[in-house]
Design a protein around this ligand. Structure first.
Ligand SMILES: Cc1ncc(COP(=O)(O)O)c(C=O)c1O
Length: 387
């Protein structure tokens, strides 16, 4: 199993904190906004005598409620199309295990969410990367690159929209290009849409579940972690209209017995969160995005595309190895007792070397802290180059 690039440097961060340094955590997509209070209250007020298993596919009432949520996103699915999972993470795992056999290949545009590699490895599935480049802001690679990558064992394409780690938001046109390849080669299209709502500059997210003709091909991964700042609930979903895939996934779901019962109560209540909650969250993230991008683009030697969604930027820094630089930031650097932690870019690539000078920054801190973290980074880059 590859180590998570997001958590790999944690021992150095812990040592820095033990030594009295303040560490700005830009390494992990842990939202800092409050979870909707009404849902936490529902949870507190629920009378429970025995905390039982739930059905393996999740509570029927929650799946019904979720179908209602999807309808508000212009996605028409039934409760039966939805399998509740232990976080989006388990949804990715179930999708891999249900659609692919050991030795099968999955095409993933890199850089990609690092755990895709771990889940592929665990399933014996071979990642067939095609590279998106920082020069194009990490847009979908040309269709020719997909055609070239497809081999006899290729069974699926996996994308994340909007993307972690790049923040790239795929347009409907790009998704329609993918549709063509998927139909031509009879592939599964697994799309991780856990950041669905987080889009900026007036751009709208298109779900692959709303594209006609892909009903038997599409598997969507979802989660309440980011949408409602509820990462610790460990509730997600796998959504597909393909009955065969769902039946396969249900066997894995039955083997792990049940998704968390208690957190599904929270999840069901979250469905009725007023739209103002997400509107406010998006406004807040947008301010942070603009601040982060502006600060990074003003730094010497830094390349920072403007992301259209999620809450990440993947930047290129004027250093040989961000792995070493990020470790140095934690072990050797501080500015007035403060330093920062980022996720080195190499862990988001399957092809060696391409990501060596890149780092992912999650803008999940308030504006003051983000500004302070950017001050730190700017000064650190100068200090590192002259060291
Ligand atoms: C792209 C993406 N997919 C899935 C997940 C997993 O989320 P969870 O298991 O908390 O639902 C994450 C978490 O950071 C993510 O960024």
């Amino acid at each position: 199993m590859p180590a998570s690039p997001i958590r790999k440097l944690m021992p150095y961060a812990n040592a820095a904190k033990a030594a009295g340094k303040h560490v700005f955590h830009l390494n992990i997509g842990q939202p800092d906004l409050p979870t909707p209070q009404h849902a936490l209250d529902t949870l507190k007020q629920t009378k429970i005598e025995t905390l039982a298993y739930s059905p393996s596919e999740g509570y029927a009432s929650y799946r019904e409620a979720l179908a209602g949520y999807y309808a508000t996103c212009d996605i028409q699915v039934n409760a039966e199309d939805i399998l509740i999972t232990t976080g989006g993470s388990e949804g990715i795992n179930f999708a891999m295990m249900s659609c692919l056999d050991a030795g099968d290949g999955v095409i993933i545009p890199e850089p990609f969410y690092a755990n895709y590699r771990g889940f592929s490895q665990a399933a014996g599935v071979i990642v067939q990367p095609i590279t998106a480049s920082i020069e194009t802001g990490f847009a979908l690679p040309p269709i020719a690159a997909f055609e070239e990558a497809i081999q006899e064992n290729t069974k699926a394409i996996l994308i994340c929209n909007p993307s972690n780690p790049t923040g790239y938001l795929y347009s409907e046109e790009e998704l329609l290009q993918l549709k063509e390849i998927v139909l031509k080669h009879d592939l599964y299209l697994i799309v991780d849409e856990v950041y669905r709502e987080f889009t900026y500059d007036g751009k709208k997210h298109t779900s692959v579940l709303s594209l006609d003709g892909l009903e038997q091909h599409v598997i969507v991964i979802d989660s309440i972690s980011k949408r409602y700042s509820a990462c610790g609930a460990r509730i997600g979903a796998m959504v597909t209209r393909n009955t065969e895939v769902r039946h396969a996934a249900l066997k894995f779901a039955q083997a792990r017995l049940s998704p968390p019962s208690l957190a599904q109560i929270l999840g069901e209540s979250l469905v009725s969160t007023p739209p103002s909650y997400l509107e406010d969250a998006i406004t807040e993230y947008d301010k942070r995005r603009k601040l982060t991008v502006k600060r990074l683009q003003a730094m010497d030697g830094v390349t920072c595309p403007t992301p259209g969604g999620a809450f990440y930027v993947l930047v290129e820094l004027p250093v040989d190895s961000t792995e070493k630089f990020c470790q140095w930031l934690l072990e050797e650097y501080d500015r007035d007792g403060k330093t920062l932690m980022m996720a080195p870019g190499s862990g988001f690539y399957s092809t060696p070397k391409i990501g060596d000078r890149q780092a992912r920054i999650a803008y999940v801190l308030n504006e003051d802290d983000l500004n302070a973290a950017m001050d730190c980074l700017e000064a650190a880059l100068k200090a590192y180059q002259s060291s």
